[in-house]
Design a protein around this ligand. Sequence first.
Ligand SMILES: Cc1ncc(COP(=O)(O)O)c(C=O)c1O
Length: 389
Amino acid sequence: MSFDEIIDRRGSHCVKWDMMETLYGVSPQDGISMWVADMEFRPPGCVQDALQAMLDHGIYGYFGDDSAYKGAIIWWMQNRHGWTVEPDWIFSTHGLVNGTAMCLDAFTREGDGIVLFTPIYHAFAKVIRASNRDLVQCEMPIVEGQYVLDFDAWDAQMQGHEKMLILCSPHNPGGRVWTRQELESVAEFAKRHDLLIVSDEIHADLLMPGQAHLPMARIEGIADRLIMMTAGTKTFNIAGAHVGNVIIADEGLRARFGARMLALGLSPNSFGLHMITAAYSPEGAAWVDDLCAYLAENARVFDAGINAIPGLRSMPLQSTYLAWVDFSGTGMTREEFTARVEQEAKIATNHGPTFGKGGDSFLRFNIAAPRSVVEDAVARMQQAFGDLQ
Ligand SMILES: Cc1ncc(COP(=O)(O)O)c(C=O)c1O
């Protein structure tokens, strides 16, 4: 398959294109949609074939026997991330936003503090607030153009009611792949403040050349406070399948989580399970390697074009396909630069403030699109900010 193919998604009930005008005032007729984190690519043949086999069979009943599904996850985690998972550690949820909500529900109470390193994926804050937990935002400083962790400041910020830390690893937005040393300091921070760690690793497969993701589960001494969340939906562009995994090694935490799953009557969606079982395979792995190479070149093209505009700075990506662009150097207000991007360049992006403290001067551009679309976006941006040249 070619990642260069332009596939028209307009009118297909996809939020990315069919809601861009309502939300950002950018028409899908002549605009480019670069917000929501899904890709403009079809998934690999093995995933399409699995779905086609379901269609050919034509009966869509309840799912049973998840041994192949769990086997595929175990194979993937071992082969791609060097992490050994046991079958009974795996719970299947309706994606990782649902997984996050389930973790809040199972392990915390109203009023508990939930720590986030911001700016961070916006849905975490949404579910934290909606479930009446206290959102504790620990703002990450930028050092040499990239986000870093600042535990001295954050130790002083803790008030004692914090019960959980939701880590985004790799980090969205900003695209950091955390190092072993950084993850070890996260573990120490969690121990010092007696926090459970929920590690959302949905972007773990989307790595730039030379990067290696280290699952939090491979950090020693935290299994009794760790809940892992993984998914193949970003990796294979099947987010609409709404399937994710909450993986818990600790027996006590597992029992609590399992009890809430039972109480809420949750059971998996067969379409998602069939697709992930097919995706976590050697064919799926080869496709991901090709995808990552394509995304790396997209990132190079995008960053070169954006960084050539005085005052704009695209954070170098170590992972994800989400370019995080800082407009603070333009001296413009947020309203001014956003208006230029939306009304002049006609590009729909995610607005920085949605990602929490530290996001104000940023917009997030999704570059998982055919190269020609990324080039078009860069040209539009250069035109819209042409007076800065
Ligand atoms: C860090 C992170 N977690 C979770 C999600 C969404 O997960 P799901 O579609 O499984 O609910 C996203 C989507 O962008 C994300 O970036």
